[in-house]
Design a protein around this ligand. Structure first.
Ligand code: SAM
Length: 221
C-alpha cells in the first residue's frame, strides 16, 4: 500500500475520533452556498479548539475572524449556554452566513458577532472588564502581532491565546521571505519570544488544509 496522503490521513482521523457532525457539515455547506471561501479550520482542528477551551474551563472566548462561524460553533459548544463567545468579522456577508449557521446549530444565543475591522472593534471590548479565557486569532494575518497585543489587554494570567496559520508552508523559517503573511508570522514569533507575559510554542500541522501551524501562548503575567 502506498503511504496515505495528509488529506487521507486527516479523513481517517476525522472518521475515527472526531466523528460525523451533521450540524457542522451543514454549516460548511451553507458557507459554500453563500460563496464563502473554504478557509475554515479543519474538523480535527475545530475539535482541538473545542477540547482546549473545555480543558481550561473557558467561559468567555474571543475569536478574531468568524468567516461562516465553523470554528465559532466548536468554541461555543465548549463554553455552553452559561458562557459567551465574542467573534469579530470584517465582512457583513460572512457575518450574516455565520449568524444563520450559529442559530441553526443552537448556539447563537451565547455568541455575539461584532461586524467591522477587528482593530476598531477590540477597544470596545476593553470596557466590558471581564477577561477572556481563550482567544483564537484567525483573521488578516498581517495584524497578528497587533491582535496578540490586544489579547494581552483582554485576558488574565492563565488565559490561552492561539494564532492560526503561522507556519505558512515553512515560509516562516525563511529569513529572506518577502511574503507579507510569512513576514508577519516572523514578527509574531519574535513578539512571542520577547513578551515576558507570554510563554509560547508553535505546533506545525499537516492535513486537510496543507502544511501550516498554530501558535499557542499561555498568559503568565
Ligand atoms: N475562524 C474561521 C473558521 O475557522 O471557521 C475562519 C476565519 S477566515 C480564515 C478569516 C476571516 O477573517 C474572514 O472571514 C475575513 O473576512 C475575516 N477578516 C479579515 N480581515 C479582518 C479584519 N481586519 N477584521 C475582522 N475580520 C477580518
Amino acid at each position: 500500500m502506498t503511504t496515505p496522503t495528509w488529506q487521507e490521513t486527516d479523513q481517517y482521523i476525522v472518521d475515527t475520533v472526531v466523528g460525523e457532525d451533521a450540524t457542522l457539515t451543514d454549516a460548511l455547506g451553507a458557507n459554500a452556498a453563500g460563496g464563502l471561501p473554504a478557509i475554515d479550520v479543519s474538523a480535527a482542528q475545530g475539535k482541538f479548539l473545542h477540547l482546549l477551551a473545555k480543558s481550561v474551563g473557558a467561559k468567555r472566548v474571543l475569536e478574531i475572524g468568524t468567516l461562516g462561524g465553523y470554528s465559532t460553533i466548536w468554541l461555543a459548544r465548549a463554553v455552553g449556554e452559561q458562557g459567551r463567545v465574542v467573534t469579530l468579522e470584517y465582512s457583513p456577508k460572512h457575518a450574516a452566513v455565520a449568524r444563520t449557521n450559529l442559530d441553526r446549530a443552537g448556539v447563537g444565543g451565547w455568541v455575539d458577532i461584532v461586524v467591522g475591522a477587528a482593530l476598531e472593534s477590540l477597544p470596545g471590548l476593553e470596557t466590558e472588564g471581564e477577561p477572556f479565557d481563550v482567544v483564537f486569532i484567525d483573521a488578516d494575518k498581517e495584524n497578528n502581532s497587533n491582535y496578540v497585543q490586544w489579547a494581552l489587554r483582554l485576558t488574565r494570567p492563565g488565559s490561552v491565546i492561539i494564532v492560526d496559520n503561522v507556519v505558512r508552508g515553512g515560509a516562516v523559517a525563511d529569513p529572506e521571505t518577502t511574503n507579507p503573511q510569512a513576514r508577519a508570522s516572523r514578527d509574531l514569533l519574535e513578539l512571542l519570544r520577547d513578551e515576558p507575559r507570554l510563554d509560547a510554542t508553535v505546533l506545525q500541522t499537516v492535513g486537510a488544509k496543507g502544511w501550516d501551524g498554530l501558535a499557542f501562548a499561555l498568559v503568565t503575567g
